[in-house]
Design a protein around this ligand. Structure first.
Ligand SMILES: NC(=O)c1ccc[n+]([C@@H]2O[C@H](COP(=O)([O-])OP(=O)(O)OC[C@H]3O[C@@H](n4cnc5c(N)ncnc54)[C@H](OP(=O)(O)O)[C@@H]3O)[C@@H](O)[C@H]2O)c1
Length: 395
């Protein structure tokens, strides 16, 4: 029997985790699942663990441990709970660890996964945004291969000449434009969470769906690309491509432009990283170019989507600004999803925080987490005071 790759899925109950499970279950002869993790969804985690025949299931929220344990009783699947157990799951030997947690919560597990020294497939972009230099330095130190899962970065990875990067002129990240492309600011001001998460092409988790609507997702991706491909910010641009067929491109100095195409289905980049450096069949959709009438491209409207410029500005200011951008965004998006602020208030919160944040030296993961927590507290205060002010005005 040929060797089976040992896989751990961090965030097995999310959109990325479920797509990965689909790919793994379509080729059981290729993979052995070591560990699956989640935050609070014990029932789905238990179901995923059973389906994937995982050896261990870990839930971050300790209050959900009893439920997880009872659901897996008699299956022989080990269980554990808590932050330490989550980091333990990431530290367990595996051939590939898929980082599919959402937000900065994935930072410590990613660092543990990297220290383990195999392959880490990163969907979880926020840790790269907030700690890119440390993540990349750790990968170098431990000889760990980082494989990008984000469809744009996966596309760049597939056509990027890592041996001769001096021949590369720039990269273009494509963006669908999200659900509010060509909407007026009046319409966007009234947008509800349901409208914001209704992405025209992709089915994703709630946070990244809102990020796509504000185009903060593309802003985070600019920062992510800067670190992953060691490329200057002025060599990264963004094109609106509403059909989401070309997932990104690399422009070479001789005028050649290499692009990767595919259906809008995360199972393609996930299959790519799971099988890498080989190729495997995807259980997902395949691109049928006869069904694509046209491919269009346009420059983004920076006025309608100011988030993009913030990415370049934060990269210019330094790591502390990238941490602040990410933290303020995570808090503001959550406040929007829970109906505490409006859609356009997300950007106001971020701008308020970026305006008052002063430079800080962040040398370690502990420094970053501490700084991130302060920014979150400030953003929550701003939201609470803003709401109070609005309520006072209304009375
Ligand atoms: N979805 C996509 O198509 C897509 C595409 C490109 C990149 N990404 C990136 O991939 C990451 C995951 O996105 P998603 O859309 O899959 O998110 P999602 O559907 O919200 O899933 C998030 C996963 O992370 C777990 N989780 C959340 N908070 C956690 C915490 N504090 N500690 C431990 N685990 C936690 C969740 O567990 P529970 O279910 O228990 O809450 C769930 O398994 C994001 O960084 C996103 O930007 C996603």
């Amino acid at each position: 029997m040929s060797y089976k790759k040992k896989i751990t899925i961090l965030g097995a109950t999310g959109s990325i985790g479920k797509s990965a499970a689909d790919v793994i279950l379509s080729a059981p002869e290729r993979f052995d699942v070591q560990c699956v993790t989640a935050n609070t969804n014990a029932e789905l985690l238990a179901a995923q663990a059973v389906k994937l025949k995982a050896k261990r299931a870990v839930i971050a929220d300790e209050t959900k441990y009893d439920l997880l344990k009872s659901k897996l009783d008699g299956t022989g699947i080990e269980t554990a709970a808590g932050a330490q157990a989550l980091e333990g799951a990431a530290s367990e030997p595996a051939d590939l660890i898929l980082a599919g947690i959402v937000g900065i919560a994935g930072l410590k597990p990613i660092m543990k996964a990297i220290e383990q020294g195999a392959c880490v497939a990163i969907a979880n972009k926020e840790p790269l945004v907030a700690a890119g230099p440390l993540v990349m330095a750790a990968a170098k130190k431990y000889g760990t291969t980082l494989l990008p899962v984000d469809s744009e970065h996966n596309a760049v990875f597939q056509v990027f000449d890592f041996e001769r990067p001096e021949g590369i002129e720039k990269i273009t990240l494509t963006a669908s434009g999200g659900p509010f492309l060509n909407r007026t600011s009046e319409e966007m001001a009234k947008a509800t969470p349901e409208q914001a998460i209704a992405h025209p092409n992709w089915s994703m988790g709630r946070k990244i769906s809102v990020d796509s609507a504000t185009m903060m997702n593309k802003a985070l991706e600019i920062i992510e690309a800067h670190y992953l491909f060691n490329i200057e910010p002025n060599k990264i641009d963004v094109l609106i491509h509403p059909q989401s067929v070309i997932h990104s491109m690399v422009h070479y100095k001789d005028g050649s432009v290499l692009a990767q195409m595919g259906a809008s289905d995360m199972r393609t980049p996930i299959a790519h990283v799971l099988a890498w450096p080989e190729r495997m069949e995807t259980p997902g959709q395949k691109l049928d170019l006869t069904q694509v009438n046209k491919l269009t491209f346009e420059a983004p409207d920076f006025k309608q989507f100011p988030a993009l410029q913030r990415a370049y500005k934060c990269l210019e200011r330094g790591l502390y600004a990238c941490v602040a951008l990410n933290a303020a965004n995570e808090v503001a998006v959550e406040a929007f999803l829970t109906n505490n602020i409006g859609f356009l208030d997300i950007m106001d919160c971020i701008d308020h925080i970026l305006g008052k944040t002063k430079s800080a030296k962040l040398d370690t993961i502990t420094d970053i987490i501490e700084f991130d927590e302060n920014i979150r507290a400030e953003t929550r205060d701003f939201i609470a005071n803003g709401v109070t002010k609005k309520a006072a005005q209304a009375s």
